[in-house]
Design a binder for this molecule. Structure first.
Ligand code: DC
Length: 224
C-alpha cells in the first residue's frame, strides 16, 4: 500500500507521517529531507545554488539513505549522518530554491520511486500524490493557518528565531512551493484534506489512520 501526505511547510506532515508509519509498521519516506540533503551538500561544498546544472549533478551523484533507529528517522548523505544538520532555516530555504529545478526533481523522484517499491510506504512532501505516486492508494493533504504553522516552526527551532521572521520565511516558502513551474504544491484531486490548525499530533495521527482503515474496509467490501 502507498499512502501519500502532501501539504504546506510546518503543517504537521512529518510528525504525523512518522508516527503513522511507526504504528502501522510502514516504511516512512521524508522527501523534503532529500531536497534538504542536496541543499546542505551545495552549502558545505560551496556549489553555486543558482547554477542549475551543477546542482542537478549533485542530486544525481550523492547517495541519500534513510535508517530508522532509536525512534528517529536518520538520514545519511554520502554515509555521513546529517539528520540534525539539514533542519536549519538556511537549509530549508535553499532546499525550496533548488526544488524548483527540473533535473533536480527528476533525479530525486527517481530515488523516491525506487524506495517506494517496498511493501507498505507512507511518503510525505509536496508533489507525492500529484507526481511521484499518482496511483497511490490513499492521498492526504495537510494545511494549517500561517500563524499556527509559524508558532510550531518557532518551537522546533527552540525559539532561536523571532515569530515575525518565521512568518515571513514560511510565506516565502509557501509561495515558492506553490508557484513554481515544476510539480508545484497543490491538492491532489482525490485527496482527503486535513486542516490541522486546531488538532493535536494525536488527533492528526488518528485521522490519517482512520482514512487508511476506511480505504482497507472499502477495498475488502469491493471484493465481497
Ligand atoms: O518539507 P520540508 O520543509 O522538509 O521541505 C523542504 C523544501 O523541499 C520545501 O520548501 C520544498 C521542497 N520539497 C519539494 O519541492 N518537494 C517535495 N516532495 C518535498 C520537499
Amino acid at each position: 500500500m502507498i499512502v501519500t501526505i502532501d501539504g504546506t511547510s510546518a503543517s504537521g506532515k512529518s510528525t504525523t507521517a512518522k508516527e503513522v508509519a511507526r504504528k502501522l509498521g510502514f516504511v516512512y519516506i521524508d522527501t523534503g529531507a532529500m531536497y534538504r540533503a542536496v541543499a546542505l551538500y551545495c552549502i558545505e561544498n560551496r556549489i553555486d545554488i543558482h547554477n542549475r546544472k551543477a546542482v542537478a549533478d549533485v542530486s544525481h551523484k550523492i547517495d541519500i539513505r534513510f535508517e530508522f533507529g532509536n525512534d528517529k528517522n536518520h538520514i545519511f548523505l554520502n554515509n555521513k549522518k546529517v539528520t540534525n544538520l539539514i533542519r536549519t532555516e538556511e537549509v530549508g530555504s535553499v532546499a525550496s530554491t533548488i526544488a524548483t529545478y527540473k533535473y533536480v526533481r527528476r533525479n530525486l523522484v527517481e530515488k523516491q520511486r525506487e524506495m517506494g517499491r517496498k511493501e507498505n510506504v507512507i511518503c510525505e512532501g509536496r508533489d507525492i500524490g500529484t507526481v511521484v505516486f499518482k496511483d497511490a492508494d490513499v492521498k492526504i493533504y495537510m494545511d494549517a493557518d500561517l500563524i499556527e504553522r509559524a508558532q510550531r516552526r518557532q518551537r522546533e527551532l527552540e525559539r532561536t528565531a523571532d515569530l515575525q521572521s518565521v512568518i515571513e520565511s514560511l510565506k516565502k516558502r509557501d509561495e515558492q512551493d506553490k508557484m513554481r513551474v515544476e510539480s508545484p504544491l497543490k491538492i491532489p484531486e482525490d485527496a482527503v484534506i486535513i486542516d490541522t490548525t486546531h488538532l493535536s499530533i494525536e488527533d492528526e495521527v488518528e485521522k490519517v489512520i482512520e482514512v487508511i482503515r476506511q480505504y482497507e474496509y472499502d477495498k475488502k467490501d469491493e471484493r465481497r
